[in-house]
Write a protein that binds this ligand. Structure first.
Ligand SMILES: [Zn+2]
Length: 252
């Protein structure tokens, strides 16, 4: 028995080390997303689930906010708590802009009765999980298109198609903050990297999308102060410099 438990212990240690190495390879060097963070008037929170995906709560006027993504938790508990701290309730959420349809971004999408659910038209099937074993029942109230600007209260939301992580992945430019969802990540050295290869449909397409996004934003003259990532916090106040540096290192 003694030798047996020794073997078990060895196997457990080996498995733990392997898991650690795999985790390091997957997530090494990435900035951690803080549980809560304020960027200007925007409240960036995570919903306490292990994936730590970020939800942005963005004031759009009196009693009016917009969300970017909706976390993993279906009850929306963490979002409701943050709204309460802002003296708001669920009805204040007028729109939810999904960066894409993965489960850790659409969790609470049905928890806000006044909210119009929006994502790129190309993402509608993934949001509904129409081809999967467990359809979510989520239908988009508005199907977005590349290049359009959506006005919600005082907020103008610029919509950019950046396919690759998923077919209908979007970036949103809102009040100088560029939301990139899972299409890129921030590293601890304040640089940027492209989407995770293991979780992405098409890494080559993701990288080409990031190059195109950079060119478009540069040419537009629109102000970008901060880049926000769904699982690795923000690169605040650096403008497009981290994306510019990435494009220079990855010319395609
Ligand atoms: Zn994703």
């Amino acid at each position: 028995m003694k030798t047996f438990s020794k073997y078990v212990a060895i196997v457990v240690v080996v498995l733990l080390v392997a898991a650690g190495v795999a985790f390091g390879l997957l997530f090494g060097g990435l900035q951690e997303s803080p549980l809560k963070q304020q960027v200007g008037s925007m409240h960036l929170i995570t919903d306490g689930s292990f994936v730590r995906s970020t939800i942005a709560i963005i004031p759009a006027g009196p009693n009016e906010v917009v969300l970017v993504d909706a976390g993993l938790q279906s009850t929306g508990e963490a979002i409701l708590a943050e709204l309460a701290a802002m003296h708001l309730n669920a009805d204040a959420v007028k729109a939810i802009f999904l960066t894409h349809g993965h489960p850790d971004h659409i969790g609470a999408a049905a928890a806000f009765p006044e909210a119009q659910l929006m994502a790129l038209a190309e993402e509608a099937d993934l949001v509904a999980e129409r081809n999967g074993p467990n359809p979510t029942g989520l239908e988009l109230d508005r199907k977005l298109h590349d290049g359009e600007t959506v006005q919600i209260g005082s907020l103008a939301v610029g919509v950019y198609a950046i396919p690759g992580h998923t077919d209908g992945s979007a970036a949103y430019l809102i009040d100088g903050v560029l939301f990139l969802g899972d299409s890129a990540d921030a590293r601890t050295d304040q640089s940027m990297q492209s989407a995770h290869r293991f979780f992405s449909n098409n890494l080559g397409q993701n990288e080409e999308s990031l190059r195109q996004l950079y060119r478009r934003l540069e040419a537009s003259g629109l102000e970008v102060r901060t880049m926000a990532f769904a699982h690795s916090g923000v690169l605040q106040g650096l403008g497009l410099a981290p994306l510019a540096a990435w494009v220079q290192d990855n010319p395609g």
